[in-house]
Design a protein around this ligand. Structure first.
Ligand code: AKB
Length: 344
C-alpha cells in the first residue's frame, strides 16, 4: 500500500488554520493538505484541501488511522483552547492543550520511525507563556527574550510553556534510556504575540479586545474594551503569522539554534489601537470598561517581544508594521469581508 504524502493541520478551522490553508495551497509544488478540526472546515476552504476530517486530537484511534493512511511530511499543530476559554474549564483545557499535543507528538514519532528520520512538528505557542509580575516590571522590561519571565498566570499559558518543553524533550531526549537511539521529532515553535485577522473574529482569547474593536467598527457597532487604555502588548496581523510559520518550517535545521522563537510586528496600547481603528473607520464608537480579571491576565504579558533570534537564524522580518497593517491589509480586507457577507 502506498501512503500519500501530506501536510496535516490541526485546528484547521481556526483563524490561523484558515490563513495557513490559503497560503500553503497557493504555493507551487505543495503537498496536499489534510485538515483536522472538531468543527467542519468552512465551505470556501474545502476545495483547497485533500481531506477535511471532523475529529478530536484526543481521539487516539483517529490519529492511528491517519498514521496508517498517510505519510505525513509536516504537522502544523494549531488546535488549542485559548486563554479566556481555558480559565472556564482549566482541566478540559489541559486535556486538549497538553494531552492533545502529546498525542500528536507520538503520531509524529511513529511517522518518523516509518520514514527513518524525524518528521517536522510546527507548534504555535503564545505570548501567554510569559508572566511578568507587575506593571512596573513590565514597563522596565520592554521587549523580552524567549527565556525571560516564564511564569504564566493562565492555564493556557502553563499549557503552552509546558508543550514547548515537551517539544524539546521529544526532539532531544525521547526514550533516552532505550538500547538504541530512538527517533524523535523535528520540533519548531513560533511564540506569537496577539494575532489580528481581517477575516475572522477570534473567540476565547484575552488579546481579543484588539480584533473585536476593529470588527465592531467595520460593522458600525459600538465596542467597550475589556482592558484599560494604557494596556500594551505586541501584535501581528495574520499574513505575517502565516509567513512566520511557513518560513520557520522551510528553514534548514542546521541554521536553527533553538526550538522556540519569538516573532513580533508592532506594540500598541489599547488607546493607540482604538485611534488607528478610528482613523480607518471614522465615527467608530470605542469605550473602555475594563474587567479586572481579564485585565490582570493581559497585564502579565510583556509589552514587547525580542525576536532577534528569529531574525538572525531564519531571516524573520514581518511585512506589516502598524501603518501598513491598517492601511494595506486590515481596513481594505475587512470592508470587503463585510460587504461580501452582508453581516452588519
Ligand atoms: C489568547 O488571547 O488566548 C491568544 C493568545 C495571546 O495566545 N490570542
Amino acid at each position: 500500500m502506498i501512503r500519500e504524502r501530506v501536510i496535516l493541520i490541526t485546528g484547521a478551522n481556526g483563524e490561523v488554520g484558515h490563513g495557513l490553508i490559503e497560503a500553503l495551497s497557493a504555493m507551487p509544488d505543495q503537498l496536499p493538505i489534510v485538515a483536522l478540526d472538531i468543527k467542519r472546515l468552512e465551505r470556501p476552504l474545502r476545495h483547497l484541501v485533500k481531506r477535511t476530517i471532523i475529529g478530536d486530537i484526543l481521539n487516539t484511534e483517529l490519529l492511528e488511522s491517519l498514521d496508517t493512511e498517510f505519510e505525513i511530511d509536516t504537522i502544523y499543530h494549531l488546535a488549542a483552547l485559548l486563554s479566556t476559554s481555558s480559565e472556564f474549564n482549566p482541566e478540559g483545557a489541559h486535556r486538549v492543550n497538553v494531552q492533545g499535543t502529546i498525542n500528536l507528538l507520538k503520531l509524529t514519532v511513529d511517522q518518523g520511525v516509518m520514514r527513518g528520520a524525524p518528521v517536522k512538528f510546527m507548534y504555535a505557542s503564545s505570548i501567554a507563556s510569559y508572566g511578568v509580575p507587575d506593571l512596573e516590571t513590565k514597563e522596565a522590561a520592554g521587549s523580552v527574550t524567549e527565556d525571560q519571565y516564564l511564569n504564566p498566570v493562565t492555564m493556557y499559558g502553563c499549557n503552552k510553556l509546558y508543550c514547548e518543553h515537551l517539544g524539546r524533550y521529544y526532539a532531544e531526549r525521547y526514550r533516552q534510556l532505550a538500547a538504541s537511539k530512538a527517533i524523535g521529532v523535528d520540533f519548531r515553535c513560533v511564540r506569537f504575540p496577539g494575532l489580528i485577522s481581517a477575516m475572522t473574529v477570534p473567540t476565547g482569547g484575552t488579546s481579543d479586545y484588539a480584533p473585536e474593536m476593529l470588527h465592531a467598527a467595520a460593522q458600525g457597532k459600538p465596542y467597550a474594551s475589556f482592558v484599560r487604555k494604557d494596556t500594551t502588548i505586541p501584535f501581528m496581523v495574520m499574513p505575517d503569522a502565516i509567513k512566520a510559520l511557513i518560513t520557520l518550517a522551510q528553514a534548514p535545521r542546521e541554521k536553527l539554534s533553538r526550538y522556540v522563537y519569538n516573532v513580533t510586528s508592532f506594540s500598541r496600547s489599547a488607546e493607540e489601537f482604538a485611534k488607528m481603528v478610528q482613523s480607518s473607520f471614522p465615527g467608530a464608537q470605542i469605550t473602555f470598561d475594563p474587567s479586572d480579571a481579564r485585565q490582570s491576565i493581559v497585564d502579565s504579558w510583556p509589552a514587547g517581544l525580542d525576536d532577534s533570534a528569529a531574525r538572525q537564524d531564519w531571516a524573520w522580518s514581518p511585512d506589516y508594521d502598524a501603518d501598513r497593517a491598517f492601511h494595506d491589509y486590515l481596513a481594505p480586507t475587512i470592508v470587503e469581508r463585510y460587504r461580501e457577507t452582508g453581516e452588519h
